[in-house]
Ligand binder design. Structure first.
Ligand SMILES: Cc1cc2nc3c(=O)[nH]c(=O)nc-3n(C[C@H](O)[C@H](O)[C@H](O)COP(=O)(O)OP(=O)(O)OC[C@H]3O[C@@H](n4cnc5c(N)ncnc54)[C@H](O)[C@@H]3O)c2cc1C
Length: 565
C-alpha cells in the first residue's frame, strides 16, 4: 500500500514541514486596492471643470468631501449597502399592514451623508453662481461610492421645481424637504424635520407612454389645485418606497394630472399605498424599487387638471440631468480602477499601463469619462444661468442629448474597464461587477434612449431656439479643431430637414452629443485630450470600439492625468 501524503496545513501547525517550503508562495505583482484617495484632488478633470464652470469657490469644501468619500471606510459603505439588499415587510408580526422596507445601516449612512451635504437641496436653498456646478461635483463624487442611494436623493432634489408650481403645497412642504436632516423613521411628516420625496409614474401598461395611466383620482370634496383627492390604481415601479411622499400621475376627471401623495395621512393613519413586492433588480441593489397598489390613497393636486405631464416634467428634466452626473461618475470610477490597476500590474516584463495596446484602451476610457464630465458640468452651468435665454434654451436640448448619450456609453465603458483588470475584475469582491450591473439602469429610467431622442425632436419642433442655442454653443468653439468644424457643418446640413427625424433619431442625437462634448473638451480640457477626443470620436475611425485612438497622440499623458493617485 502506498503511503497517502498528509495534507499540508500551515507552517505553525506542522513546523517539521518547513523544509518543503510550506509557505506556498509570495504574493507579488498584484495591485493594492484603490482606497484612501481623494476623489476631488485626485481628479484633474473634475477640479479644472469645477473652476471653469463657475464653482471655484467650492474647491476647499469639495476637496474635504473628496477625501472623506475616497476613504476606505466610506467606500466600504457602498460595498455593504449593495451586499445587503433591502427587505420588505408588508405586515408586522401580528398581521397589521406596515409596508416597511428595511435597509442595511450602510445605506442609511450614505443617505445621511448625502443629505447633510445638501445634495438634495443646495442650489434651491443657497442659489448663487456655480451652485448647480458645485452640487453636481458633490453628487459626482458621492455617486462613485454607491449609485443606488442617489435615486431618492435625486428625486428629492428634483421635486422642488415641480412643487413650486403649487405654491400652497410648496410653502408647507419645501422647508422640510430642503432641510439637511435625514430621518428614515416610518412616521408621519409632522413628526419629522427632514423629508425625502419619490416619484410614481410608471404603470404596467405604459412606462414611457404615461398618458396610458389608468390610476384614477377622485376628488374628495372641492376640485382644484392643492385640493385633496383619492387615488385608486397601481404603480409598477416605485423606487425608494420609504420616501415621505410621492409625486404621482393619475387620471382626474379632466385628464392626466399630477398629485403629491404622503406615506402617512395628516391624521396619523397610514395612507393606503401598499407595497406588493420589491423588484429583483440586476443592479442598483442598495436602492429599493417596488410595485405598489393604491387603495384610495390621499393625494393633493399639483398644478392644473389634465396638465400632469407638463407639471411633472419639471421633476423629470431635473432627474435626467442627475442621470448624466451619475453615469459620468460610474465612468470615472471605472476608468480610475482600470488605470490604477494597470499602473501596478506587470505582464510580459512591463507595466500594463506602459504597453501600447493597453495604453490606447486606458486613454480612451479616460477620455470618455472626461468628456462626459465636461458636458455634464457645462450643463450644470446652464442650470445656474437659466435667466439667460441662451443658457435656458441650451439646457432644454442639452439635457436629453446628454442623458441619452452619456448613459448609453456607460455599459460598454464599464465592461471594457473590467477587462483591463482581467480575472480579478470579474470577481464579486471587485467594484467592477457593481459598476457593470449599475451601468444600464440610468439609460432605461427617466426616459429610455429612443424617448430621449424623440424629446430632442419635440424640443426642436416646439422651440426652434433650442437648436439655435445648440449651434451657437458649438460655434463658440469654431476654429479650435478642424474635425469639430467639419462635424458641425455636416450636422447642420443634416438637421435642416427634420422630415424623417424619427428614423434618423439615433444617428442625429449621437452626432449632436458628440459635437457638444467635443466643444466642451476643446474649450476646457488640455489640448492633447481635446485633440484626441475630436480625432477619435469625430473622424471616421475608432468611434465604436475602445482602444482605437489614432496615432500621434500623447496617450501616456492622458492616462497619467486620469490616474487617481
Ligand atoms: C431600477 C428601476 C427603477 C425605476 N423606478 C421608477 C420610479 O421610481 N418611478 C417611476 O415612475 N418609474 C420607475 N422606473 C420605470 C422606468 O421609468 C420605466 O421602466 C421607463 O420609463 C420605461 O418604461 P417601460 O418599462 O414601460 O418601457 P416601455 O415604455 O415599454 O419602453 C420600452 C422601450 O421602447 C422604447 N420606446 C418607447 N416609446 C417609443 C417610441 N415612440 N419610439 C421608439 N421607441 C420607443 C423605449 O425607449 C424603451 O427602450 C424604474 C425603472 C427601473 C429599471
Amino acid at each position: 500500500m502506498p503511503r497517502l501524503a498528509q495534507p499540508i496545513e500551515t507552517e505553525t501547525d506542522r513546523p517539521e514541514l518547513d523544509r518543503y517550503g510550506a509557505a506556498t508562495h509570495e504574493v507579488f505583482n498584484q495591485p493594492f486596492e484603490l482606497v484612501d484617495f481623494n476623489l476631488f484632488s485626485g481628479d484633474a478633470a473634475l477640479k479644472q471643470g469645477v473652476a471653469r464652470e463657475g464653482a471655484g469657490w467650492a474647491s476647499a469644501e469639495l476637496e474635504a468631501l473628496g477625501a472623506k468619500l475616497g476613504g476606505a471606510d466610506t467606500l466600504e459603505l457602498g460595498v455593504l449597502a449593495n451586499r445587503n439588499a433591502p427587505e420588505l415587510d408588508t405586515h408586522d408580526r401580528y398581521g397589521r399592514r406596515i409596508d416597511l422596507v428595511r435597509f442595511h445601516p450602510a445605506y442609511h449612512a450614505l443617505m445621511r451623508g448625502a443629505i447633510e451635504e445638501g445634495l438634495h437641496s443646495s442650489p434651491w436653498t443657497d442659489p448663487r453662481p456655480g451652485a448647480h456646478v458645485a452640487r453636481a461635483a458633490r453628487y459626482y463624487m458621492q455617486g462613485q461610492v454607491d449609485a443606488g442611494h442617489g435615486c431618492p436623493v435625486t428625486m428629492t432634489f428634483a421635486a422642488t421645481p415641480c412643487l413650486r408650481l403649487q405654491p400652497d403645497l410648496a410653502r408647507e412642504w419645501l422647508p422640510k424637504i430642503h432641510a439637511r436632516v435625514y430621518d428614515p423613521r416610518n412616521v408621519p411628516v409632522a413628526e419629522k424635520q427632514g423629508l425625502t420625496i419619490g416619484m410614481a409614474m410608471t404603470e404596467k401598461q405604459g412606462g414611457s407612454d404615461v398618458r396610458a395611466n389608468t390610476t384614477r383620482a377622485i376628488p374628495i370634496g372641492a376640485e382644484g389645485p392643492g385640493e385633496a383627492y383619492e387615488l385608486v390604481g397601481h404603480k409598477f415601479f416605485v423606487s425608494a418606497p420609504m420616501c415621505d411622499a410621492f409625486l404621482v400621475l393619475a387620471q382626474a376627471p379632466g385628464g392626466l394630472t399630477c398629485f403629491l401623495a404622503p406615506r402617512w395621512r395628516p391624521d396619523g393613519t397610514k395612507n393606503p399605498i401598499q407595497v406588493v413586492r420589491l423588484k429583483r433588480k440586476m443592479g442598483n441593489v442598495s436602492n429599493a424599487s417596488s410595485e405598489t397598489e393604491w387603495r384610495g390613497a390621499l393625494a393633493w393636486r399639483v398644478g392644473p387638471e389634465g396638465r400632469g405631464v407638463a407639471t411633472i416634467i419639471e421633476m423629470v428634466a431635473t432627474t435626467r440631468f442627475d442621470c448624466m452626473i451619475g453615469s459620468s461618475a460610474g465612468m470615472r470610477m471605472a476608468a480610475a480602477q482600470a488605470i490604477d490597476h494597470c499602473r501596478q500590474r506587470k505582464a510580459f516584463g512591463a507595466l500594463l499601463s506602459d504597453q501600447p495596446a493597453m495604453q490606447n484602451v486606458l486613454a480612451d476610457l479616460a477620455l470618455e469619462a472626461e468628456a462626459s464630465l465636461a458636458l455634464t458640468l457645462r450643463m450644470a452651468r446652464a442650470l445656474d444661468n437659466r435667466a439667460n435665454p441662451h443658457e435656458d434654451a441650451l439646457i432644454r436640448l442639452g439635457a436629453p442629448i446628454g442623458k441619452y448619450w452619456i448613459c448609453k456609453r456607460t455599459p460598454a465603458h464599464a465592461y471594457e474597464a473590467m477587462e483591463c483588470i482581467g480575472g480579478s475584475g470579474a470577481m464579486e469582491d471587485s467594484p467592477m461587477p457593481r459598476l457593470y450591473r449599475e451601468a444600464p439602469i440610468n439609460a432605461i429610467w427617466e426616459g429610455s434612449g429612443n424617448v430621449q431622442c424623440l424629446d430632442v425632436l419635440r424640443a426642436i419642433r416646439r422651440s426652434p431656439e433650442t437648436l439655435e442655442a445648440y449651434f451657437a454653443e458649438v460655434a463658440s468653439a469654431r476654429g479650435s479643431h478642424r474635425a469639430l468644424d467639419a462635424h458641425v457643418d455636416a450636422l447642420k446640413d443634416d438637421m435642416r430637414d427634420l422630415q424623417d427625424f424619427e428614423h434618423r433619431a439615433r444617428d442625429l442625437c449621437d452626432r449632436l452629443a458628440l459635437g457638444l462634448m467635443a466643444s466642451a473638451m476643446v474649450k476646457g480640457a488640455p489640448g492633447a485630450n481635446a485633440d484626441a477626443f475630436c480625432r477619435a470620436r469625430l473622424e471616421s475611425r475608432g468611434q465604436h470600439n475602445w482602444g482605437a485612438l489614432p496615432r500621434g497622440l500623447d496617450l501616456a499623458a492622458i492616462v497619467k492625468r486620469a490616474a487617481p493617485r
